[in-house]
Ligand binder design. Structure first.
Ligand SMILES: Cc1cc2nc3c(=O)[nH]c(=O)nc-3n(C[C@H](O)[C@H](O)[C@H](O)COP(=O)(O)OP(=O)(O)OC[C@H]3O[C@@H](n4cnc5c(N)ncnc54)[C@H](O)[C@@H]3O)c2cc1C
Length: 314
């Protein structure tokens, strides 16, 4: 991993910075590039304007590693309310959650029952075209538990999806199992700092693995088995390569689904929607944004200059 990236991911885990970083005005100004605001109203307004451009959304309230059951219960109550607000506003939006936000560090059964409430409410309130409840994938220490919880949930519910990180060696095998289940999978490169014995250290190997895993998810048999593949990347070369490959398989454009983060590659998000591909944008909101923002800096260390510019202009 690029050393600048490693330092930024480490800083995202620093307790002092997590608490104090958000109080600096120039940091808040820089973070606003990646989120429409801290409130759910800001996120819903952004989702409505993306809808007008033919772009669907994924909504997530920032937060991870809750340390009290009451906190996790508050998160569940928030998402239950959010699902109702998505229904009322008639938005093509799905919800994405982190299991550590639902209490995975506290009690696995408690976390699973919280997840079940959200999956059931999503199915009950939202139209089948967009009622998947997504599970984010976190650091490698949580991957096994996340996939076990996913497999368990998938036995009872079809409207649940999970993210998979192309940087992990294990993901090839995990994708095989998910394809066999006919799962909904959001493929990402991976946002954390992982050691070379479990993750490809070189970016070009991650990119190549992403392409291979995407091919496995988009294969004719996988799609026939009900797999929904969401290709979450801003990598234009990779997107063009996947589009060319899918066209060579005579795959209809509407079956290719791409996802990006709010505020990144906006022109590309619109281009994909205009050209008939499914284009999703993940909108994050909430007050606990510091570690998430640092991971966004780590993905593109040049973003640090953006923070520095805000320091001098604030
Ligand atoms: C919808 C969505 C959901 C995600 N969910 C998860 C998850 O559950 N778990 C997880 O570990 N990771 C998740 N990620 C993050 C992901 O793992 C990567 O860290 C992130 O997407 C950057 O990788 P990339 O595929 O865009 O490719 P890269 O090769 O990193 O980037 C390609 C190009 O995109 C642009 N770009 C990428 N990131 C940024 C940025 N932050 N700021 C400005 N430009 C940028 C740059 O031009 C860069 O050259 C998610 C990403 C998306 C889009």
């Amino acid at each position: 991993m690029n050393p600048a990236r490693r330092v930024l991911v480490k800083l995202s885990e620093n307790r002092w910075l997590r608490e104090h970083g958000p109080h600096f005005r120039f940091v808040r100004a820089a973070a606003s590039r990646f989120m429409p605001g801290e409130n759910v109203d800001d996120a819903l307004a952004a989702a409505a304007s993306l809808k007008a451009a033919g772009i669907t959304t994924l909504l997530t309230q920032l937060g991870e590693n809750v340390t009290a059951r009451s906190e996790a219960e508050g998160v569940v109550a928030h998402y239950l309310d959010l699902l109702e607000r998505i229904r009322v506003a008639n938005l093509p939006a799905e919800v994405s959650v982190k299991l550590t936000q639902l209490g995975l560090d506290l009690d696995r059964e408690f976390c699973c029952s919280n997840l079940t409430k959200l999956i059931e409410r999503s199915a009950a309130l939202l139209p089948a075209a967009h009622h998947t409840l997504w599970i984010d994938i976190e650091q490698s220490a949580y991957v096994q538990a996340t996939l076990e919880i996913y497999a368990q949930a998938r036995k009872s519910y079809r409207n649940v999806g999970v993210a998979i990180q192309a940087y992990l060696y294990r993901s090839e095998k995990d994708i095989g199992a998910l394809v066999a289940m006919g799962a909904a999978v959001r493929l990402v490169k991976g946002a954390y700092s992982e050691p070379p014995d479990i993750a490809f250290p070189d970016k070009k190997d991650v990119d190549e693995n992403y392409f291979r895993l995407a091919q496995a998810l988009l294969a004719h048999d996988a799609r026939r088995n009900g797999v929904r593949a969401v290709l979450a990347t801003h990598d234009r070369a990779l997107i063009d390569r996947l589009i060319a490959w899918a066209a060579a398989q005579s795959m209809p454009r509407g079956e290719l689904e791409f996802a990006m983060l709010y505020g990144i590659q906006r022109a590309e998000q619109s281009r994909l929607a205009r050209e008939g591909y499914r284009s999703d944008v993940l909108i994050s909101y909430g007050s606990f944004w510091f570690p998430w923002f640092m991971r966004r800096l780590a993905e593109r260390p040049a973003n640090v200059w953006f923070v520095v510019r805000n320091l001098f202009s604030s």
